[in-house]
Design a protein around this ligand. Structure first.
Ligand code: ATP
Ligand code: MG
Length: 398
């Protein structure tokens, strides 16, 4: 998040570049968000100075993307990306330009940008440079490509998905011509790497206008081009509200399938093993919850996040399930005698001492038996009581 101090640091970078005879301005999302009076994600500066020239001016710099002309300048402890004005060469693979040309003109740099609202620049005294009517589109809350939309989407197919993601993040509409162009270029989404598709989807899913994004995803026909054959078009998406949570959306997408398969989903979208584990748990908890109220074992098995999400998801997924208040869920979870095995006051070492026996499979079994007994309040989590209980149990087994 960028604060007033961050803008001050940006201003001082621009001033220094200008003192050295170079043109420099704020560009991209930061200017858009400044005009919307929103806090910017990050601040970008564009300059006619070449990367090597930028590095000579500032003491603290990091080479983050020299090939693309980007140097990270650290000013008053604030890292800000400074990128040389560039124009992109030919696009051969519908994704990346084959080469990047550094240019000395701001206009050329702004022309290569995706949408008019992202092609605004601003001087250090907050004067707006608006060559493509970005301000008008911003006021009308419209996403419109800079130049011919078909050409721009043909150059870089990722822009189509960026348009949808921005519509959800900003609650903006997509200009009619741009939307039509997406429909006709939708096939080209296959040129975009799955990882980028996943990243854009997740940005949309944590936005505050999920429904808008999902509606565009379907009407633009991009949904049909996504990996696998998942129910992005399902009516139930409109009931999901704004969970602002990617995990919930992945689990929902999975549950909407006729035969929910987390493995298929995580493979198709190349999700991490960690995400796979979390989605699996949420799908499992929601399925359980659709069949019955949570039991002590469920409260123990799932963490609070999974339990709470499962409770909200189940009512979007299935109708007529009696609700369980979130407060009750949290109370039940928090009042369990233990939250995990590590909360037990006894260890394997204690057991080996009590039974004068060396470790082996019996130890794991005994610890699990103690864990379940404490969880189900057959014995309290106290070493003496547990010892008494387990001795008794083993005697009665003999
Ligand atoms: P966010 O708030 O998500 O960071 P942003 O507009 O800053 O939004 P970035 O992905 O950080 O988006 O890109 C910075 C700027 O670079 C954009 O505002 C746009 O001008 C330009 N840009 C980014 N990706 C593309 C693209 N694929 N094609 C053309 N221009 C792009
Ligand atoms: Mg940005």
């Amino acid at each position: 998040m960028f604060t007033t101090e961050n803008w001050q640091a940006g201003k001082s970078i621009i001033r220094r570049l200008k003192e050295n005879g170079y043109e420099a301005v704020f560009v991209g999302g930061a200017v858009r968000d400044f005009l919307r009076q929103k806090v910017a994600n990050d601040i970008d500066i564009a300059t006619c100075a070449l990367p090597e020239e930028v590095k000579l001016i500032f003491k603290r710099t990091v080479d983050v993307g020299l090939a693309h002309g980007t140097v990270l300048v650290i000013e008053d402890g604030v890292p800000i990306e400074v990128t040389t004005f560039r124009s992109d060469g030919e696009y051969e693979d519908h994704r990346r330009p084959t080469d990047v040309k550094f240019v000395r003109s701001l206009e050329e740099d702004l022309r290569r940008r995706d949408f008019t609202m992202n092609a605004l620049a601003m001087t250090e005294s907050f004067q707006i440079i608006d060559l493509f009517n970005g301000r008008r589109d911003l006021e009308n809350r419209l996403i419109r490509t800079v130049g011919n939309p078909i050409d721009r989407f043909k150059e870089d197919a990722l822009r189509m998905l960026r348009a949808i993601r921005f519509s959800a993040q900003l609650d903006f509409s997509i200009d009619h011509q741009s939307l039509k162009a997406i429909q006709s270029c939708a096939d080209d989404l296959s040129y975009v790497s799955v990882e980028r598709v996943t990243a854009e989807l997740e940005k949309m899913w944590v936005s505050s206008n999920l429904h808008k994004g999902m509606t565009y995803l379907v009407s633009s026909q991009l949904a049909d081009q996504l990996p696998g054959d998942f129910p992005f078009h399902h009516d139930k998406w409109s009931n999901l509200g704004n969970p602002q949570n990617a995990l919930v959306c992945w689990a929902f997408l999975c549950l909407l399938q006729d035969e929910p398969s987390v493995t298929e989903l995580t493979k198709a979208f190349r999700l991490s093993n960690e995400s796979k584990g979390r989605i699996k748990q949420l799908v499992k908890a929601t399925t359980i919850r659709s069949e019955r109220m949570f039991t002590v074992d469920d409260f123990y098995l799932f963490d609070e996040e999974i339990l709470v999400h499962a409770e909200s998801l189940v009512h979007v997924w299935q109708i007529g399930i009696p609700p369980m208040p979130i407060e009750t869920i949290l109370n039940n979870k928090r009042s369990l005698p233990i939250q995990s095995k590590s909360d037990l006051v006894v260890t394997g070492k204690d057991l080996m001492g009590w039974f004068s026996k060396r470790g082996g499979p019996w130890l794991k079994e005994a610890l699990s038996a103690i864990e379940m007994a404490v969880l189900h309040q057959k014995v309290v989590n106290d070493a003496t009581k547990i010892k008494e209980w387990i001795m008794n149990e083993s005697n009665s087994e003999i």
